[in-house]
Ligand binder design. Structure first.
Ligand code: GAL
Length: 666
């Protein structure tokens, strides 16, 4: 189910053509046409080579049902093309015009309480509405017919950040259809959902509903299936439009933009349906772990793309949707953009080109802000554009290698983050972040993978937490270790099967055997701020009462709990090349644990002795060195290099100023 399939012949390289794509969402319908020529002048000066058009243009293209107004878009496509700028053309289907909702209320989604989501914002469409799908297909068909052969067109962008849910009546019908496909019979559904509990047995398909507001906890497998179904229904919407544009322009790659670490889409499955995998990324400039958050999303996206990927959106400065929205300090936009390139991006793009003066996002920065071309943010954009042009030929298409895979699965997240569990303090994405952070701070580059993927190419596989694991996944993990791989696994893993049924013994037997756990007696989650003393470190969040196999049987308690109910029981257990960590060690301890296991598995950082704030990543035969600190640093780099950014020679030591970056070529 999660095997990877060969990518289509058409991909990002066809759009990038040896350049880093640089540009962003361009919404010129918000501006008088006089502004357009000014825009393209500034774009050229800034080295912009790509704009995304049409993301929210449905009402402009189809002001009344069935009417088409393409004249403005014709002029725009021609204008940017004449200026050497390519177009990523979006289907406008994420924000239907008001008339669609007025004439066809069935296109509007309902929340779990039955309330309608009205027009007046965006993304007010029901993935299940046959009417919505019909109108979306029609406008897509005409757009693709008109522009599929336009010389400016480099890529199709379907919809925007698919992220909607629907609990309404039409959705109830598509949910049943999805469930019939999955289970075949009601008996099988009843068995999978465990409906014997609380008298939930279904005798007629019409009784089966999306998990609407209920008096008390919803059935967890129903909730899990609703999440799977929602991801799949949105994917159907995407695929329908993708197939239309492909029919008109088979040689143009197709993408849609993910939100990073978004719960609503199983991105492993989605990525297989795209020619280009792209993501939107907005770390908080004030977040002390902003750079690591960026690295995590970049590693995840590169792994889903299995090669170069597209940074579809980021902010030149501040966003407008946090409580307090901080601009990016001087140099940070450049640093984070080059970090993305280091980690495999062949496209560095923004929301949006020109900052709006009206509408809900007028305080969101743009590549040209309210301050205009003299504004600092735009000046920094220009500098970045020039630098990307310089390094483009040396980086694009190159691979960012990693010897470690972190496993992540949406099913495990959906099942493991519900109510009614031992501790709501355990948040799967936060646990994932903690483990990625440990490896990032150890200066080790990581891929991500799905537990059913082929893992044999990696020296080390880490599982921060996969509460739910299929039999296929478990067999893969066991075979991976038996085949010589090293596995480090965090707590609360392998607890449930794919129906969210707790496995016999409370944790899968094959995994217990792998890690040397004889009995998992009880979980002892910790309160916020509570610590568990262990030999050599403190644990947080969670502890476990484990009875291990003996040393003679091959299990070694590397660290034990000290004091309290669990005194003397294993906190970290090792058997052969399999490690089990039954708590969340404090950050430095987790980092040192993983650094040591990685070293034993033969995995080392690309540069030794790096200062804490410095990141070093290899891409192809280039070495990117990034200073995430505000203080200048000197980094030891054995050998002689040329810095492609500064056009300087580097021998033995590299000086980097505040937020400084070097791209070293030997
Ligand atoms: C993205 C979206 C853009 C814009 C941006 C603001 O989620 O795709 O249209 O809203 O956020 O940060």
């Amino acid at each position: 189910m999660y095997a990877t399939s060969p990518r289509r012949r058409v991909g990002l390289a066809d759009a990038a053509r040896g350049r880093v794509l640089f540009g962003g969402d361009y919404n010129p319908e918000q501006w008088p046409e006089e502004t357009w020529s000014e825009d393209v002048r500034l774009m050229r000066e800034a080295g912009v080579n790509s704009v995304t058009l049409g993301v929210f243009s449905w009402a402009k293209i189809e002001p009344r049902p069935g009417v088409r107004e393409f004249g403005w878009l014709d002029r725009l496509m021609d204008l940017v093309h004449a200026n050497g700028i390519g177009v990523v053309l979006a289907t406008p289907t994420s924000s239907p015009p008001p008339w669609l909702g007025r004439l066809h209320p069935d296109t509007l989604p309902r929340d779990a309480d039955g309330r309608t989501e009205w027009w007046g914002g965006r993304q007010h469409f029901s993935h299940s509405s046959a009417t919505y799908r019909r109108y979306a297909a029609a406008v897509t068909e005409d757009l693709a017919a008109r522009y599929g052969g336009h010389p400016a067109l480099t890529m199709w962008h379907i919809n925007n950040e698919y992220c909607t849910y629907d609990w309404g009546d039409e959705a109830a019908g598509t949910f049943r259809r999805w469930l019939r496909d999955r289970y075949g019979t009601l008996d099988a559904l009843n068995a999978a959902w465990g409906t014997a509990f609380w008298s939930q047995g279904y005798g007629d398909w019409q009784e089966v509903l999306p998990p609407r507001r209920a008096h008390y906890l919803n059935n967890p497998t129903q909730v899990l299936d609703f999440k799977r179904y929602t991801s799949d229904l949105l994917l159907e919407c995407y695929a329908a439009e993708r197939d239309i544009v492909r029919r008109h322009s088979p040689d143009i790659p197709v993408t849609t933009n993910f939100m990073p670490m978004w719960a609503g889409q199983d991105a492993w499955r989605w990525a297989e349906e795209e020619d280009v995998v792209s993501v939107d990324l907005y770390p908080d400039p004030r977040d002390p772990f902003g750079a690591q958050e960026g690295a995590l999303v970049q590693d995840m996206t590169r792994s889903q793309a299995r090669g170069p990927w597209m940074l579809m959106e980021q902010a030149a400065g501040a966003v407008n949707w946090r409580g307090v929205n901080h601009p990016k300090p001087r140099g940070l936009n450049r640093l984070w953009s080059l970090q993305a390139v280091a980690r495999g991006a062949d496209a560095v793009c923004y929301f949006q080109w020109r900052q709006s003066r009206q509408g809900a996002e007028k305080f969101h920065s743009g590549m040209v802000g309210h301050a205009g071309e003299r504004g600092r943010a735009h000046q920094e954009i220009k500098q970045l554009g020039a630098e990307l042009r310089r390094i483009g030929p040396a980086v694009t298409g190159r691979h960012t290698p990693a010897e470690i895979a972190i496993l992540h699965d949406w099913n495990a997240w959906w099942a493991g983050a519900q109510d009614g569990r031992p501790s709501t303090e355990v948040d799967p994405p936060q646990v994932l972040r903690a483990w990625h952070r440990a490896l990032w701070e150890a200066h080790l580059t990581t891929d991500f993978a799905h537990p059913e993927h082929d893992l044999t190419a990696y020296r080390l596989v880490v599982v921060p937490q996969l509460y739910l694991l299929t039999d296929t996944a478990i067999d893969r993990l066991v075979a991976y270790v038996r085949g010589g791989g090293t596995l480090v696994c965090g707590f609360l893993t392998g607890i449930a099967d794919e129906d969210d049924r707790v496995r016999s013994g409370g944790m899968d037997e094959r995994l217990r055997e792998l890690f040397g756990i004889r009995t998992l007696h009880e979980w002892w989650p910790l309160d916020p701020g509570e610590y568990a003393e262990c030999d050599g470190f403190r644990g947080t969040l969670w502890t476990e009462e484990i009875e291990a196999l003996t040393r003679a049987e091959g299990a070694v308690a590397v660290s034990r709990y000290q004091g309290g109910e669990l005194d003397g029981l294993p906190a970290v257990l090792n058997r052969d090349r399999a490690w089990y960590v039954s708590t969340l060690p404090e950050p430095a301890a987790l980092r040192e644990l993983l650094r040591g296991v990685a070293a034993d598995a033969g995995v080392r950082p690309v540069l030794e002795g790096l200062p804490a704030q410095v990141e070093a990543v290899r891409r192809g035969d280039l070495l990117f060195v990034l200073n995430h600190g505000r203080d200048p640093v000197t980094v030891a780099v054995p050998g002689e290099y040329r810095d492609l950014l500064g056009e300087r020679r580097v021998a033995g030591a590299l000086e980097l100023g505040r937020y400084g970056v070097a791209v070293l070529s030997s």
